[in-house]
Design a protein around this ligand. Structure first.
Ligand SMILES: NC(=O)c1ccc[n+]([C@@H]2O[C@H](COP(=O)([O-])OP(=O)(O)OC[C@H]3O[C@@H](n4cnc5c(N)ncnc54)[C@H](OP(=O)(O)O)[C@@H]3O)[C@@H](O)[C@H]2O)c1
Length: 248
């Protein structure tokens, strides 16, 4: 018996990186998966092809999750073509890094609108689906940076800390409805987001990770599968750290 049989999942930002691995891991455990993406249709198509090879139903849909109207449109299209969502993974995220003195209002608004308001938008729009589900799960991808801060990431840290507060408050609201709401806080994971960081920053970060290496996106996906499964039915309002021991 697979861990996620009979579930429909929506993973935002699933064309690459962590979201892609979550989508594939869910399919490997028997879930049907909507692959949301923003700009990279070809990459989203490749993820869908991989999911079809696993033998699971999938569908790709482009949305800017920071735009509430677009998210509502995605919901309508998913209801028509796919069904209702049991497991929502709010993974889509961006960073625009610079020291606070140089950070503009635009840099601030951009990151807050995708990384925090995007989570509000998707959660608000799909709340009725997960509430009606027998397997209702909301999983928010926050970051170690929301827990310990980081130079050059005031906007990102604020958004990711906001996700942690949102997760805990909503977990309390949804507990009696049998919907769990949890967050995963990855450390530094080998995706485009970290690959694009300047080498001198990566060289400084590496010795601060007790396990001595960056994480793999699959390692975040494994935690996500667990939280989505029946095995995590009594876990809510938690932040699961997947960070090689970098923050305890
Ligand atoms: N990598 C890390 O070390 C790390 C650590 C902690 C937390 N995280 C968090 O984990 C999540 C995934 O990160 P990642 O490293 O996998 O990032 P990534 O490789 O840069 O991929 C980002 C994904 O988000 C999508 N996206 C960006 N803006 C979007 C928008 N407005 N609407 C919908 N989708 C959007 C992208 O879609 P397109 O490709 O189609 O544009 C892409 O699929 C993010 O929330 C990030 O903050 C990452």
């Amino acid at each position: 018996m697979k861990m996620l049989e009979n579930r429909n999942a929506l993973v935002t930002g699933a064309s690459r990186g962590i979201g892609k691995e979550i989508a594939k891991a869910f399919a490997n455990q028997g879930a049907s998966v909507v692959v949301n993406y923003h700009t990279r249709e070809e990459s989203a198509d490749d993820v869908a092809t991989e999911i079809e090879k696993i033998g699971m139903r999938t569908w790709i849909f482009p949305t800017d999750t920071s735009n509430l109207q677009e998210v509502k449109k995605m919901k309508g299209a998913i209801e028509k073509n796919f069904g209702k969502i049991d497991v929502l993974v709010n993974n889509a995220g961006i960073n625009v890094d610079k020291t606070f003195a140089k950070m503009t209002e635009e840099d601030w608004n951009k990151v807050i609108s995708v990384d925090l308001t995007g989570v509000f938008n998707c959660t608000h729009v799909f709340l009725d689906h997960v509430t009606e589900s027998k397997y209702g799960r909301i999983i928010n991808i926050t970051s170690i940076v929301g827990q310990m801060g980081n130079i050059g990431q005031v906007n990102y840290a604020a958004a990711k800390s906001g996700i942690i507060g949102l997760t805990k408050a909503l977990a309390r609201e949804m507990a009696r409805k049998n919907v769990t709401v949890n967050a995963i806080a990855p450390g530094f994971i080998e995706t485009d987001m970290v690959r694009n960081m300047p080498d001198k920053i990566k060289e400084k970060v590496l010795p601060t990770i007790p396990m001595g290496r960056f994480g793999k996106p699959e390692e975040v996906a494994h935690a996500c599968v667990f939280l989505a499964s029946d095995m995590a039915a009594y876990i809510t309002g938690q932040v699961i750290n997947v960070n090689g021991g970098m923050y305890m």
